[in-house]
Design a protein around this ligand. Structure first.
Ligand SMILES: *Cc1c(COP(=O)(O)O)cnc(C)c1O
Length: 398
């Protein structure tokens, strides 16, 4: 080289090396099996406590059959965006079923939850407006808020008082409050009834992201609106995803006619992307039927959650305030979290090691997720393995 200027790969490699030094380097395990209570990775079978397949539907024969039949009928690709000619009768039927299930006037299907969040927030607010987000909101909600050009304000996690002060001080034209209904890395619930009240007082609009609530919360699995009994007026913007408990892929927003029409007209990640394959929509429709019909999945999941929490508490593990399928075990440093996850791997268990920036610095954790596909014995085995891990319970020896 003529001078000390670094080329692109050298610059990038330096940054990657720094990431490795901080134990923040991420790698993608390659899965060689369907999602179920066990998964195959690198030729070995692991007990899996890491997926968001909370009801065990991702490999259900009804979904597979529905996808196969729709593939026979519609082929593989949707061929175009919804507004051009990619909106099939499967997509349309799914939207109608989602609206009926969530008790909303209408629903619109997005190609992913990330796109639904970015698209919805950007269609609803812009310059002169303000968006209020919980500090622990999912990245897609934060990105949507930042991109919108609206005044971006974060309030303390689940702190209604903190939000109330910010709303009072705001003179924005439109005010949009946005939260995860179940927080993705902590598993706790947003105080949606209080937030709905506050929204009404301040003439603000409330949006809830049901990515981890849809299918799991509520008597029939319809999500946070059903769980808290919130009407469309109280919770006007209900977003949910179909790639988690529904075992399929895609996302939706449900609400009023005016909301859904606005999204069709204005949401750029809706307009400028190819519709998901009709077969994927068909699989989601099959999932909706199972979610509603097979309440035992939610009951079994709840009993596993209670079993895990009782066992982990006995072991002195640091649990979080979560009654949902997301049961993080707080470790602290990224390095220790990786060590514990590695030790579990050696015992045949795969869990997510979640590090900054996904969670705040110093709060790295194991993100243990339970599913209706797990047995009690599998949960007991997990507890037994955790009991023998270094770095948990402040006990450094294995
Ligand atoms: C997973 C997730 C999303 C994104 O949904 P995808 O369909 O995977 O893009 C959005 N919000 C929350 C809270 C999530 O956990």
């Amino acid at each position: 080289m003529i001078n000390s200027r670094l080329n692109m790969d050298q610059v990038l490699t330096q940054a990657l090396d720094e990431r490795k030094r901080q134990h923040l380097y991420r790698q993608r395990p390659t899965i060689q099996s369907p999602q179920s209570s066990t998964i195959d990775i690198d030729g070995r079978s692991y007990l899996a406590f890491c997926s968001n397949d909370y009801l065990g539907l991702a490999n259900h024969p009804d979904l597979i059959t529905a996808a196969q039949a729709a593939t026979e009928r519609f082929g593989t690709g949707s061929g175009a965006s919804h507004l051009v000619c990619g909106h099939s009768s499967e997509h349309h039927a799914l939207e109608e079923e989602l609206a009926a299930f969530t008790g909303r006037d209408r629903a619109i299907l997005f190609s992913s939850g990330y796109m639904a969040n970015v698209g919805t927030i950007n269609a609803l607010v812009g310059k002169n407006d303000a968006v209020f987000e919980d500090k622990l909101n999912h990245a897609s909600l934060l990105d949507g808020g930042l991109l919108s050009g609206a005044r971006f304000q974060r309030f303390l996690h689940n702190d209604v008082e903190s939000l109330s002060k910010k709303l009072t001080a705001s003179d924005a034209e439109r005010k949009l409050i946005v939260v995860d209904s179940v927080f993705s890395m902590d598993g706790d619930l947003a105080p949606l009834p209080e937030l709905a009240q506050l929204a009404e007082q301040h003439n603000a609009w409330l949006m809830a992201d049901d990515a981890h609530a849809f299918g799991c919360l509520g008597a029939t699995g319809a999500g946070s609106a059903e769980y808290f009994d919130l009407s469309q007026q109280q919770l006007p913007i209900l977003m949910g995803t179909l790639g988690k408990a529904a075992g399929s892929y895609g996302a939706f927003v449900a609400g009023s006619e005016a909301l859904i029409e606005t999204l069709i007209q204005q949401a750029r990640p809706y307009i400028y992307t190819t519709a998901i394959p009709p077969a994927v929509a068909a699989a989601s429709r099959a999932a909706l039927r199972l979610i509603q019909r097979e309440g035992w999945r939610r009951e079994h999941l709840q009993s596993l959650i209670a079993r895990f929490r009782a066992g982990a508490t006995q072991l002195g593990l640091q649990l979080m305030d979560s009654q949902t399928a997301i049961q993080p075990v707080l470790v602290g440093s990224s390095e220790d979290t990786m060590t514990v996850a590695e030790s579990l791997k050696q015992q045949g268990i795969w869990v997510g090691a979640i590090r900054p920036p996904t969670v705040p610095a110093g709060s790295a954790r194991l993100r243990i997720t339970l599913s209706a596909s797990h047995s009690e014995e599998q949960v007991d085995y997990l507890l037994q393995a955790l009991a023998g891990c270094p770095g948990l319970q402040g006990n450094q020896s294995c």
